[in-house]
Structure formats: structure tokens, C-alpha cells
Design a protein around this ligand. Structure first.
Ligand SMILES: Cc1ncc(COP(=O)(O)O)c(C=O)c1O
Length: 319
């Protein structure tokens, strides 16, 4: 058990890992899915980890000054992590978020002391579905405010500290919790930080561990496919159909596509069968694992993360 803590951010990481045997039985596949329960972090998502790593490294290097404002664009999860870390370390925090993301995220960040700027979506966008175009608008606002407020940008898409959180911690914990018995890793990418950090560590441990990128079928750019329906999908926090600066393509052993319908069903199954109450992107990872266990990776051990809490989706049609 962790000792008595002085700061809430000390509770980030060292999350439990669960074998999803009820899901593999239900889908009639051979093999194991080992899921890291990242929604049990203090901000209810895996993005608490890069939030902490980015702030600690920037403070250590002197790039982030005492009391300086921090800013970042977020689908809500990195912003929640940053709200928690910045509050405890004495930095005002500004979160820039698309109005396409579910609003419980904005309310949560405000409750945690953040200033939240909601950026209107592009003309053709749909509420609950944040496209690459929407993200561009949020990026423009973030760049503008960074200058105006003389803020430090906790840039999850471009700082090495963002993926190092997973290289130094998430992947190391997974290897330990699975006694190193990992054959594959699947991950739906947003910034690509989790994929890059974990894939790099796994390949360093054993170059035969296969690492698969997961993408919404409508936005499968890593698989070399054209956008369908302008790349729209329901998987918030991921699938922006863009080239990710942090992802080393040499680490990718394959790409898997998942549809909104199968992701929604799987996320509901996770709650009902396993008692893991999580969001769309977690369901996407498990869908990808099931696809692999049915065919190419039959009988193997697949690791993945359950990324955030289902409580963040109560205003959507998920539950
Ligand atoms: C719910 C959710 N799932 C997945 C991701 C993607 O993680 P990464 O940025 O490490 O690729 C994010 C990123 O914000 C997220 O919020």
C-alpha cells in the first residue's frame, strides 16, 4: 500500500491490472487480455501521467517558472490531469477544449480550479465528434493565449516528457504486473504518447512484442486509408487523422480499425460483464484485442489500457 501522501499527484500511476476473462469468454476467443485500469487515476484517466511528467520535467529544467501559468489544448483528460497537478504545485492552468467534447469534462476542470476556454467547432462538425479540423481551431486558440498570457505550453502532442510518462512508468508497470509475459500491445492513438512510450519500452524488453495502432474506421490514416464521412467518429480523445510527431513508425507492427457501433457495444459489455465503467476509447482497445485473438494473434497475451472513466460520458449516448 502507498504511504500517507502529502500531494494528490503522488496518487498518479501504479494502477491495477485485470485479466478480462469474462470478455474473452463472452466473445469465444482463446488467449488473454490484460487491461491496465488507468481510469482509477485521480483525474479518472491515463492522461494524469503525462500531465505530471510534463510539469515535473519543465520545472526541473527551469522552463516552467515558479507560479507561471500553464496552458494546453485538451479533450478534457490531459486538462483534468493538469488541473490537479498545477493546483497542487501552485500554477494557474488554462484548458482550451472543443465544444465537441462532453461538457462534464469542462465542469470537472473548472471545479478543480482551471480556467476553461471552449472553442466552437468547425462549420460541418457534429457535437460529440471532434474532428482534426476542430482540433486545429483549438490549437490556434491555444497558440494565441500562450503568447497573450506568457504561459508555459504543456504540449502533449510534441513534448518528449509526454510519452516518457508511459515509457518510464505505464509500460514498466505492465511488464512487472504480467511477469513479462506479453505478446502484443494495442492502443488507440490521440497524441500517440501512450503508443510511443509503451511500444518503445516493450520492444526494448523483447523485440518480438507486436505493437498495433488502433484507429476509428472513419479516420484510419496510419492504415493508409482515405477519410470516410470527413473522419467523424465517437471516440473522443483519439483518431484525429493526423501525422503524430511522437510516433516512430518503425514501432508499428500493424493497424486495426474499429467502428463506432462495435466500440459502443464493447464499452457497454465492459461495464456489464467486467464491472469496468469506462469510455469509448477503452472499448476501442478491447475491440482491437478481440479482433486479433480471433485470428492473427490467437491464444496470445495482449496488453492494453482502459483509458478513462465512463462517468465522463454520461451526457453522451454511450450509457
Ligand atoms: C479518452 C482518451 N483515450 C485515448 C487517448 C489517447 O492517448 P494518447 O494521447 O496517449 O495517444 C486520449 C488522449 O487524450 C484520451 O483522452
Amino acid at each position: 500500500m502507498k504511504k500517507l501522501m502529502e500531494n494528490i499527484y503522488e496518487a498518479i500511476g501504479e494502477t491495477p491490472m485485470l485479466r478480462l476473462s469474462r470478455i474473452t469468454n463472452h466473445y469465444g476467443v482463446e488467449g488473454n487480455i490484460f487491461a491496465k485500469l488507468e481510469y482509477l487515476n485521480p483525474g479518472f484517466s491515463k492522461k494524469d501521467r503525462p500531465a505530471l511528467q510534463m510539469i515535473e520535467e519543465a520545472k526541473a529544467s527551469g522552463e516552467l517558472k515558479t507560479g507561471q501559468t500553464v496552458i494546453e489544448l485538451t479533450s478534457g483528460n490531459t486538462g483534468t490531469g493538469l488541473s490537479i497537478v498545477c493546483q497542487a504545485k501552485g500554477h494557474p492552468f488554462i484548458a482550451c477544449m472543443s465544444e465537441g467534447n462532453s461538457m462534464e469534462r469542462a465542469r470537472m476542470m473548472r471545479a478543480l480550479g482551471a480556467e476553461v476556454i471552449i472553442v466552437p467547432q468547425a462549420k460541418n462538425s457534429v457535437k460529440g465528434q471532434v474532428s482534426g479540423e476542430d482540433l486545429k481551431l483549438v490549437e490556434e486558440m491555444t497558440v494565441k493565449l500562450t503568447k497573450e498570457r506568457n504561459a508555459f505550453r504543456a504540449d502533449q502532442f510534441n513534448l518528449d516528457s509526454s510519452y516518457r510518462a508511459h515509457l518510464l512508468h505505464t509500460a514498466v508497470e505492465m511488464l512487472e504486473q504480467c511477469d513479462g509475459k506479453i505478446d502484443c500491445f494495442v492502443d488507440i492513438v490521440g497524441s500517440g504518447g501512450t503508443f510511443e512510450g509503451c511500444a518503445e519500452k516493450f520492444k526494448e524488453y523483447n523485440k518480438n512484442i507486436r505493437c498495433y495502432i488502433v484507429e476509428p474506421a472513419n479516420a484510419a490514416v496510419y492504415a493508409g486509408k482515405n477519410l470516410i464521412n470527413e473522419g467523424r467518429h465517437k471516440v473522443q480523445g483519439c483518431g484525429y487523422a493526423m501525422d503524430l510527431s511522437k510516433v516512430n513508425k518503425e514501432l508499428i507492427d500493424g493497424c486495426i480499425q474499429v467502428t463506432d457501433e462495435e466500440v459502443t457495444q464493447m464499452t457497454r459489455d465492459l461495464a456489464k460483464l467486467e464491472g469496468t465503467f469506462v469510455g469509448f476509447s477503452s472499448g476501442a482497445n478491447v475491440c482491437a484485442a478481440i479482433q486479433l485473438l480471433k485470428d492473427k494473434e490467437k491464444g496470445k497475451n495482449i496488453v492494453l489500457t482502459l483509458n478513462d472513466s465512463g462517468l465522463k460520458y454520461l451526457s453522451t449516448d454511450l450509457f
